[in-house]
Design a protein around this ligand. Structure first.
Ligand SMILES: Cc1cc2nc3c(=O)[nH]c(=O)nc-3n(C[C@H](O)[C@H](O)[C@H](O)COP(=O)(O)OP(=O)(O)OC[C@H]3O[C@@H](n4cnc5c(N)ncnc54)[C@H](O)[C@@H]3O)c2cc1C
Length: 398
């Protein structure tokens, strides 16, 4: 086992002292899971672009699916604990963290925030046990950053709807059981429609076809798919009752985007901790490279970035619990943490020299996976435009 890739507990500003016993206990449980079940296998999954199905029972047993959702078999964590879970999963592996982000952070949360009591009870318990997996289908081939202009249609058809359109980059879109599809109804209003999706084969959902996107250089063990919807029928009961316009979608993203900020923090910690350990043991010019001023300068700046991310994520989670985490506040966190984590991962990769591009040293995987984090749930630019609109009162999007 590569001990450099195991958790080192970086906490320069003693943030642990601000955490409750319950928060520390969940964090430590997920930390142990990541060290034991994820880190030793992650490079293999990544190289083979293999979704780790075998991890699902242990993931379910962790009891973290559903995060801050109360009831319906979900753990009802506070926002801080919910974020710490994501950070620890990302410290273990980006694909595993993204899996949790899609299933729990997006699909389950959509049902919780925008579904009726009946809809929650219908779908959430099996998802909390990870017996049914969720996906969130918003992005389209021609609408990424401007997804507010989405074109997928939900055409009224008797006591249901027929979905027509195309979606792109849908995490778990080929294997999920519960796919929340965002589409425009006959009035032009955006709604969330739950497709109960059977896997390809005899149980396939008529009209739903998916193709896994291959050749990726990031997040390789978590499959994203191109999805075609050719008249997929969903009953009226499967329309999320509280999703009436794109503003409701944004309300959801304001929460899920916070998870992406924690994810970036987790990647940065993993890369930093590995780099510190490596620099202490790697000797060049007759001494460990960690003894060199320039390496120490890099490590100090990496730690400054990490500490900033940690404090920002913690405060945002407190705001979330107090009902004050707006879309712009979530965007500022994603803007800052994704850029800072990308820097930290790049510095760590450099400190490892040639070994920095080898999967067996872990940092390369985090470095590559940060590219996906930098882009998904809104690119760096989109986050800055959301914050810019908040600062100036003027929208620069169009
Ligand atoms: C690994 C991965 C997983 C994903 N998972 C999901 C998922 O599960 N579900 C889902 O629905 N989507 C998912 N996505 C989609 C993701 O949210 C989009 O990729 C993202 O929103 C960007 O859209 P785009 O790729 O079409 O880029 P584009 O929107 O085409 O952007 C290209 C470039 O143009 C810039 N740009 C765009 N508009 C402006 C502007 N007004 N001013 C200046 N610059 C601008 C962008 O910042 C970017 O640099 C995933 C994506 C990836 C890569």
């Amino acid at each position: 086992m590569d001990t450099l890739a195991q958790a080192q507990g970086t906490d320069f500003y003693l943030v642990d002292e601000m955490l409750t016993d319950d928060e520390l206990s969940v964090r430590d449980r997920v930390r142990a899971f990541a060290d034991k079940e994820v880190v030793p296998h992650a490079a293999g999954w990544w190289e083979r672009a293999e979704f780790p199905n075998e991890l699902l029972p242990a993931y379910a047993a962790l009891g973290v699916a559903g995060g801050s959702i109360h009831g319906h078999g979900c753990p009802g964590l506070g926002a801080v604990a919910d974020g710490l879970v994501v950070a620890e999963l990302a410290r273990g592996d980006g694909s595993v963290a993204t899996f949790h982000g899609v299933h729990s952070g997006l699909a389950m949360r959509c049902v919780d925030v925008l579904g009726s009591a009946d809809q929650k009870e219908r779908w959430l318990p099996a998802m909390a046990r990870a017996e049914q997996l969720g996906a969130f289908a918003l992005t389209e081939p021609t609408h990424g950053s401007d997804v507010v202009r989405l074109e997928t249609r939900a055409e009224r058809d008797g006591d249901g709807y027929l979905l027509h359109g195309e979606k792109r980059w849908i995490g778990l879109g080929s294997i999920a059981d519960i796919v929340v599809v965002w589409a425009r109804d006959d009035n032009g209003d955006v709604g969330g429609f739950v497709v109960e999706h059977g896997p390809d084969g005899p149980d396939a959902t008529p009209g739903y076809t998916s193709r896994v996107i291959t050749g990726k250089t990031s997040n390789r063990a978590l499959w994203q798919a191109d999805v075609r919807l050719d008249g997929v029928r969903v009953p009226t009961d499967n329309r999320l009752t509280e999703a009436r316009s794109f503003a409701d979608t944004s309300r959801m993203l304001a929460i899920s985007r916070q998870g992406v900020a924690w994810e970036a923090f987790g990647h940065a910690v993993a890369a930093y901790e590995y780099a510190v350990g490596y620099a202490r043991t790697r000797e060049q010019f007759g001494a460990p490279i960690a003894a060199r001023q320039l390496i120490q300068d890099k490590l100090s700046r990496m730690l400054a970035d990490i500490t900033g991310m940690q404090l920002l994520c913690l405060r945002l989670a407190q705001l979330q619990d107090g009902g004050k985490a707006s879309l712009a506040r979530a965007s500022l966190a994603k803007l800052h943490t994704a850029a800072a984590a990308r820097r930290v991962c790049a510095e760590a990769r450099d400190i490892l020299g040639g070994n920095g591009i080898l999967l067996e040293h872990h940092v390369a995987r985090h470095h590559a996976d940060m590219e996906a984090v930098y882009t998904y749930e809104g690119t760096d630019t989109v986050q800055s435009l959301i914050v810019g609109r908040e600062i100036t009162g003027l929208s620069a999007f169009a």
